[in-house]
Write a protein of this length. Structure first.
Length: 242
């Protein structure tokens, strides 16, 4: 990954890029090892899938999208403006899974279109990817939880079959869970996100590799963890480039 991309990403995150006073020498908050990357120690941990969702869902994209658009399986249908299905190429090598729609997403019917969405686009751009070309983006729940609260367990469970079918249809090379809620739902665990980062998990019967990183909305609120997301992005980029 080149210097320009690294700088663009750090600037998008609001991380100051320092220049050394010595001519020709650049110093940044990240050391060379962390920027250019020694191979991280990666553990493979097979995730257990929960039992299949009780009601079958359509197996094809059009049917699945129509089912979500008319879905009333949980209370979130009562307050939504639009369902937010997902966006991106139908066979993208990278599939990113977030938590649920916010106000902007609910209004437009597309995931990650607010401030956090802009940051996600910058994060993807930093590793040469985008929702237009090679990244599919979806959420754990397809309808906005009121007041931007977390989806409740029963809401996420009601919506699970839709996400699982999206994952089966896309068949990505890598799944990236954005934030604690997505990671814990996909991996059926209550492990804190800080302990899940830096590991490589697997999802589903085909053992699709899965990595965990912070949600962009969290990064906007928590500047102290911004540099760590850059480490995660480098791992993602390395894996996808293999
Ligand atoms: S969140 Fe999912 S399960 Fe609940 S109403 Fe929306 S589409 Fe249906």
């Amino acid at each position: 990954m080149d210097e320009l991309r690294r700088r663009r990403y750090l600037q998008a995150l609001g991380i100051e890029v320092w220049e050394s006073r010595a001519k020709g020498m650049a110093a940044t908050p990240l050391t060379d090892d962390r920027v250019t990357g020694r191979a991280p120690s990666v553990d493979f941990v097979a995730s257990r899938l929960p039992p299949p969702a009780s009601r079958p869902v359509p197996q094809d994209w059009a049917g699945l999208q129509a089912a979500v658009a008319g879905c009333r399986k949980c209370r979130l249908c009562e307050t939504r403006t639009n369902t937010v299905f997902g966006v991106g190429p139908s066979h993208a090598p990278l599939m990113v899974v977030g938590e649920g729609p916010g106000a902007d997403e609910d209004a437009r019917g597309e995931p990650f279109v607010g401030r956090a969405g802009k940051l996600l686009d910058e994060m993807l751009k930093a590793i040469g990817r985008s929702r237009k070309t090679d990244t599919y983006i979806a959420n754990v729940v397809k309808c906005r939880p009121p007041g931007n609260r977390e989806p409740a367990a029963d809401e996420a469970e009601a919506c699970r079959a839709y996400l699982e079918q999206q994952l089966r249809l896309v068949k990505p090379k890598l799944i990236v869970a954005l934030g604690r809620v997505a990671a814990q739902r996909l991996l059926v665990t209550d492990t804190p996100i800080g302990r899940m980062r830096g590991q490589r998990y697997s999802w589903g019967p085909d053992a699709t590799p899965l990595m965990v990183t912070y949600h962009p909305a969290y990064l906007l609120r928590s500047p102290g963890d911004k540099a760590k997301s850059w480490e995660d992005l480098k791992r993602i980029h390395r894996y996808l480039s293999e």
